[in-house]
Design a protein around this ligand. Structure first.
Ligand code: PLP
Length: 385
């Protein structure tokens, strides 16, 4: 059996080596390293894939979030509501822009922002909600859009983990994750579902004016060469990264299908163990991951371990050569950088519990059946023993 890895970028590369190498070589031959034609090609192809009017590439996913917030004209003191259970980038950019982060609890079923908690957190200063489509599945966008409309708030989707996932509205219509709110931000960090060979990110929007504003912000606030109308940043996607991404984009759906297939096998193996809670599909997809599943792209496959020692399980897996991750071990509201005396522990019941229960298993496009069998049997033996 091949060594089990949390992500297997090498295995994936070997399948697409020729296309990727040729595409990178082409950029080098043309020396159009910054803002070259490849960046524009990738941008167009991603717009078509997502069905969104504007994709604005940038340097990484954290920048994408920051630039989205700058583009919306959020001002110091504006309150921005986001999930307590996510990667710190989301709250970091809110704080960096001198906006006020307001962290709220999540749902235990899908780890996504709790709509009731969002409602409770709204004040006259609230200006935006940032749902994070955690682990590859959309937050309850229909409810979030409704709240946003009622209170005149912007919706900024953190889509770093869910590129390619669809969201199904109550009336059956679908939209790609990241294209539903006012603006979406994604990351092309190598281990993300669409990963570059370095850093990369992008902003999505259907709003022409916002797209124009953002195109200037990513380029030093310039709308006309050497005319700086607003304070901007320097945030670009390298042409070499665009070459890699453009070669991988046609494979994204197949990559996501392989992840779903691995998730289905994991689910099947764990189905009779009541202290191993498998990921729930909450976007009208039912309980099983069907063959045409498009609502969850399994950036992570995350279990909740009940009535057993999660930390001992992590140790046991590592000792047996099985990598795993705890995403995330500390709620953001308990992180030193984001402490706020307004927070009340009783408002974070779910996150406070999730950080003790969750464990993410190896998840990538090259997982083999015997590896999944080894991982699941090791876990089951530990839980039963
Ligand atoms: C990866 C990630 C980011 C940041 O992306 P970078 O490209 O690493 O800056 C932001 N939010 C979430 C939820 C992420 O998973």
């Amino acid at each position: 059996m091949k060594k089990i890895q949390m992500v297997d970028l090498k295995g994936q590369y070997s399948e697409i080596k020729e296309v990727v190498n040729a595409s990178i070589e082409n950029v080098i031959e043309n020396t159009a390293f910054i803002n070259g034609p490849k960046v524009h090609e990738f941008q167009k192809n991603l717009e078509d894939y997502l069905g969104v009017k504007h994709v604005i590439p940038c340097a990484n996913g954290t920048d994408a979030l920051q630039i989205a917030m700058m583009g919306l004209g959020l001002k110091p003191g504006d309150e921005v509501i986001t999930a307590d259970f996510t990667f710190a980038a989301t709250v970091e950019v809110i704080a960096l822009l001198n906006l006020t982060p307001v962290l709220v609890d999540v749902n235990e079923d899908d780890f996504n922002i709790d709509v009731e908690a969002v409602k409770k957190a709204i004040t006259p200063k609230t200006k935006a909600i940032v749902p994070v489509h955690l682990f590859g599945q959309c937050a309850n966008m229909e409810a979030i859009l409704k709240i946003a409309k009622q209170h005149n708030l912007f919706v900024i989707e953190d889509n770093a983990q869910a590129i390619g996932a669809n969201y199904k509205f109550g009336d059956g219509t679908k939209a790609k994750a990241g294209t539903i709110g006012d603006v979406g931000a994604t990351s092309f960090f190598p281990s993300k579902n669409l990963g570059a060979y370095g850093d990369g990110g992008a902003i999505f929007t259907n709003n022409d004016d916002l797209a124009h504003t953002i195109r200037g912000i990513v380029n030093h606030g310039m709308y006309k060469r050497y005319h700086h109308d607003v304070v901007g940043v320097n945030s670009r996607l390298d042409s070499i990264q665009a070459a890699v991404l453009d070669a991988k984009l046609p494979k994204l759906d197949a990559y996501n299908t392989s992840r779903q297939s691995a998730a289905r096998k994991y689910n099947e193996a764990f189905k009779n163990f009541k202290n191993i809670i498998t990921p729930k599909l909450t976007n009208g997809c039912g309980d099983t991951i069907c063959d045409t599943c498009d609502c969850h792209v399994f950036h992570q496959y995350t279990l909740r371990i009940k009535d057993a020692n999660r930390d001992a399980l992590v140790k046991h897996l590592n000792e047996n050569g099985i990598p795993c991750g705890v995403y995330y071990p500390i709620p953001l509201h308990k992180q030193k950088a984001y402490l706020d005396e307004r927070y009340n522990e009783t408002d974070f019941k779910v996150t406070n519990q999730l950080v003790k229960d969750v464990i993410s298993l190896p998840m990538h496009t090259e997982l083999e059946d015997e590896q999944i069998e080894c991982i699941t049997s090791t876990i089951i033996k530990f839980i039963n023993g």
